[in-house]
Structures are given as C-alpha cells and as structure tokens.
Write a protein that binds this ligand. Sequence first.
Ligand SMILES: NC(=O)c1ccc[n+]([C@@H]2O[C@H](COP(=O)([O-])OP(=O)(O)OC[C@H]3O[C@@H](n4cnc5c(N)ncnc54)[C@H](OP(=O)(O)O)[C@@H]3O)[C@@H](O)[C@H]2O)c1
Length: 294
Amino acid sequence: MQNSSASWRSLLWPWRSPADPDDVREARKAVAHLKPAVVITGGASGIGLALAQRFIEAGHETAIAGRTQSKLEAAAEHLKSRTGSSVTTILCDVSQCDALDKITAGLGGAGLYLDVLVNNAGMGLAGPFLSHSQADLSRLIAINIETVTRLSRAVLPDMLARQRGGVLNVASLGADVPGPNQAAYYASKSYVVSLTEAIASEYSGQGVRISALLPGPVDTAFHQEMGAEQSLYRWVLPSMSADRVARSAYRGFMFGNRVIVPGISNIFFYVALKVLPHTLTVPLVYWLLRRPNI
Ligand SMILES: NC(=O)c1ccc[n+]([C@@H]2O[C@H](COP(=O)([O-])OP(=O)(O)OC[C@H]3O[C@@H](n4cnc5c(N)ncnc54)[C@H](OP(=O)(O)O)[C@@H]3O)[C@@H](O)[C@H]2O)c1
C-alpha cells in the first residue's frame, strides 16, 4: 500500500513513480553490514580538509581522497589531533576512470560505504586564455567538469535506491559571471552550478540531498597554486577561512539547500551578480582578476 506522502508526491510529480518501499529496504539491506561514510575528494587540504573536520565533528564516518600520500597522511594526523577521530584516506587521482573503484575498495576495507560524496577537488588557471596550454585546459576540464559529472552519475543511482545520502559539489561564487583572466575556471564552475541545480530539481523529494557550494575567496593555497595570489581580488575582496566555509556548507547541505553561499558579504555579491548586467560586471571582474605585473 502506498503511504500518503507518496500519493501526494505522485500528484505533484505525476511522471515520477514513487519508490517501492521493498526496493528501498533491499537496497539498504545490501549495505547493512557497512557504515555510511562521507567521501571528500581533495580532502587533504583547504576547503576539503575543513569540510572533513566539520563532518567528523558532526559524527559522520569520513574519508578523504587525494593524489599525494604525504598530504593525506598529514591531513589524517591533523584531523585526529583536532577531533580525536580517525579518517579513512584513499590515494587516487579522482579524475581517472578507475577512481570510484578505488574509493569503493578503500571504503570497503574500512567497513564503510559511500553515502555522501563531496566533489571538492578542483584546479584553477589564472591569466589570459591564450596563455594556457591545451594540456592545462584539458586537465582543468577533466577535474572541474568531467570528474564531477562522472562521479555524480555513478553514485546517485545507489543513493536514490536507498533514499539517503547525497552529493555536494564545490563550485564558486564566480559561477554567475564570466571571469576574464580566469576564463576557463569561471566557465567550469558555471557548469557545476547548472548541472547541480538541474539534477537537484530532477530528483527532489526522493530522499537524496544535491547541493552546490559557492564560496567567494577563501584563504587556501589555491590562489598561489594557480599564480593568482597577486591579483587585485586578493587585496580588494574579503576572504573567508576554510573553517567558516565548511561550517556554512555543512549547515546548508543538511538543510537541503540546493545552492549554498557562505558568508553575508558573499550573499550580497551573489545577488548583485544575478541582477547586474554583464556589461557592468564583466569589466569589473576583469579588473579584479588581473595580475598587476602581467
Ligand atoms: N580557495 C578559494 O578561494 C575557492 C573559492 C571558490 C571555490 N573554490 C573551490 O574549492 C575547491 C577546493 O579548493 P581549495 O581552495 O581548498 O584548494 P586546495 O587547497 O588547493 O585543494 C584542492 C585539493 O584538491 C586535490 N586535488 C586536485 N586535483 C585532484 C585530483 N585529480 N584527484 C584528487 N585530488 C585532487 C589537491 O590535492 P592533491 O594535489 O594532493 O591531489 C588538494 O588537496 C576547488 O574545487 C576550488 O575550485 C576555492
């Protein structure tokens, strides 16, 4: 017999057949011997590491995936000293096709299964478009776009079958505006927000959280690594700590927000970018992202 909330759902979304409670029970039974875990890609540093700490503090089993063993070990030690809990570390390049197999194997070895995926690993490229090699642009597209798409597509069916868990995709406040001097990076984050909001709409009301996180500038090694530390935005725009971003992200995700913008000033910028025309915002962003000596 259908419960009343399922009947209401089928009224609201007539093209969706409500999940059979027996199927949901079966899907949950298949992982009953394992504990649910949050997996954070790029969780060995920056926002990913802060998110790992926040999820652990909230009582979630947590795993971090990254490409550098020494960084993963240092992150695990840091998290142990901060929270008193252990984190599972998974050495893998998440942009490779076998990444999910490696993640599943790493989790299985620790008696865990993937319940929540945080697609956080990403890279930026600063400077005019033609200053980037084809290889660098391909790497950016692989990690910022392809990986987020592939992993989301791969993990959502099981989450939907179990009617629990979710995907948190780390995008950027810059997703709403073209970013001259970081053109490919801004475009990639725009894709992430569009994809996430669309999927969240398609699968709403089915027990799975799907959210995009849109941080403004955050004090991590990210800017230095892409050579943007001297850009004007680093001096002009207020930066947040990764810890504050993680707290806001966790709250927003648990609340089921599709779009999470951490920080009051970023909410102001988010709204401004939505209402102001590109004829005004693009030159402003050009100026902010410009590197003075280049
Ligand atoms: N910092 C900001 O101002 C800011 C603002 C908005 C959005 N974001 C977004 O936030 C996310 C995290 O950035 P962050 O600031 O925390 O930078 P970060 O400290 O440089 O962290 C990026 C992490 O991703 C990992 N990573 C990169 N490529 C990977 C791959 N192919 N496979 C596995 N791990 C990979 C890196 O570790 P390994 O190199 O060791 O693998 C690193 O731990 C990114 O998606 C970024 O676009 C950052």
